[in-house]
Ligand binder design. Structure first.
Ligand SMILES: [Zn+2]
Ligand SMILES: [Zn+2]
Length: 441
């Protein structure tokens, strides 16, 4: 068996790994480096105009050259976050193989490839339910196991090969009271461990943080509590901003409104995730009066809302301060809309700690404060496992070998030190890899 660490081993982003057995390859994830993407997109349509080759050089896309010419039998996507699936339109075509994920993941990928003008890739997209196994080739079967994270239908990927099982676990949290979907399939995870796991690839995003990541149920209570507090004032507009893909959080915001205000949902990226969620009945949207994704629709909606601000809850994108997002445009008064001192903004997110986001977000906050807006920040719990969650996972799966992933060296080493506490040896049974590393087992 040969393992390829392709992306996500030097950084948080552009996740991509591959496993080769007897001349056949399965790819796990094809993501982009989201912060670099934002840097490029800050200049308008730059991303579309930039060649794939150049985007690889810039570090926006993973460098998959090592796989060119190989017999790839499938691309498996663990969940629909951009750092796991958004490179599909650029990189998947050359492999001409099935692209497999849970039904929600597949729906988002279909939209992504449509937006990027490569709709023919759609015919390769094949949904597989969590709890099911698909035979890919002589050497590979893929199994998706239900997992919790911060987007619907996240999966642990188990690749059963003629040379043993590889578990690919990017990303996850252990949420025992999820507000959308089922809790992790512990029974199956333990069975996998009992049957033998040769390699575990595991995210390390918060492996350095002690304890356990609180359930999304905790975030739901925080959202409800904060929204009630904002509504006590009875005047002015209330805006709530969260991750477009965080359907459970959007559900919490909508449910906490309890019909008290009219809801408007504004922003293109929001709709990319909300529309499939609505179609698949993961999110009830009857209470939403206005849904606008195009610039003109958003402008018209804001004009209407500004005439009776006290009646509205606006759910929108832009919590990272992205200059092109609706909230930033509102703050810059680009539409026929002005914030005032009765208005309130709830950030149901944390700032992704990379320089571009921190700079964008502080600029947004400055603009909002200058206009007298009251801000509620950090109404959020993470979607990533912390140290004691990772420990439980290692104990359940008992892998022969661990490859920490989804981080820079510091994060990978944090997971490696945890593995060491669990009896693994750095350099032998736990390996800190870098992009481009190849391991033979
Ligand atoms: Zn990720
Ligand atoms: Zn994720």
């Amino acid at each position: 068996m040969r393992f390829f660490a392709i992306g996500g081993y030097n950084e948080v982003g552009k996740n991509m790994s591959a496993v080769e057995v007897n001349g056949e390859v399965v790819i796990c994830d094809m993501g982009v480096q989201v912060d670099k993407l934002i840097e490029i997109e800050g200049g308008g349509d730059e991303y579309r105009k930039t060649s794939t080759h150049k985007l690889v050089q810039l570090g926006v896309l993973p460098d998959d050259k090592v796989l060119h010419g190989k017999k790839v039998v499938a691309i498996v996507i663990g969940h629909a976050h951009l750092d796991h699936c958004d490179a599909v339109p650029r990189l998947a075509e050359r492999y001409r193989c099935p692209i497999i994920g849970t039904p929600y993941t597949c729906e988002v990928i279909k939209r992504v490839v449509r937006d990027e003008d490569v709709p023919h890739i759609r015919k390769h997209v094949q949904p597989l339910n969590a709890g099911e196994v698909a035979v890919l080739s002589r050497n590979f079967e893929v199994e998706l196991v239900n997992m919790t994270h911060s987007i619907p239908q996240s999966a642990l990927v188990a690749l059963h090969t003629s040379e043993g099982t590889v578990v690919y676990l990017n990303d996850y949290k252990l949420d025992n009271t999820p507000t959308l979907g089922e809790k992790p399939d512990y029974k199956r995870i333990k069975e996998l461990g009992k049957n033998g796991v040769k390699i575990l690839v595991i995210e390390s995003v918060r492996a350095g943080e002690p304890g356990h990541t609180p359930s999304e149920m905790v975030a739901k209570v925080m959202v409800k509590d904060t929204l009630r507090k904002a509504y006590e004032q009875r005047r002015g507009l209330v805006v709530a901003s969260t991750f477009a893909s965080h359907i459970a959080r959007l559900k919490a915001i909508i449910e906490s409104n309890k019909g008290e205000r009219k809801i408007a949902m504004l922003g293109r990226s929001l709709m990319e995730y909300v529309e499939p969620a609505r179609e698949m009945r993961l999110l009830e949207t009857d209470e939403i009066v206005i849904m606008a994704k195009k610039r003109r629709g958003v402008a018209a909606a804001l004009e209407k809302i500004s005439r009776s601000k006290d009646d509205w809850l606006v759910i929108t994108t832009g919590h990272q301060g992205e200059p092109k997002a609706v909230l930033s445009r509102m703050a810059r008064q680009e539409h026929a809309f002005k914030f005032g001192k009765d208005d309130q903004v709830i950030f149901s997110s944390d700032v992704v700690p990379v320089p571009i986001n921190m700079a964008n977000r502080s600029e947004l906050q400055r603009l909002l404060k200058n206009q007298g807006v009251r801000i509620f920040d950090g109404v959020h719990v993470s979607g990533h496992a912390k140290r004691e969650d990772d420990r439980d996972m290692i104990r359940m799966l008992q892998p022969e070998m661990i490859f920490p992933s989804h981080g820079d060296k510091e994060k990978l080493l944090a997971l490696a030190s945890l593995a060491e506490e669990e009896g693994y040896k750095i350099g032998h049974t736990v390996r800190v890899l870098h992009n481009g590393a190849i391991v033979d087992r």
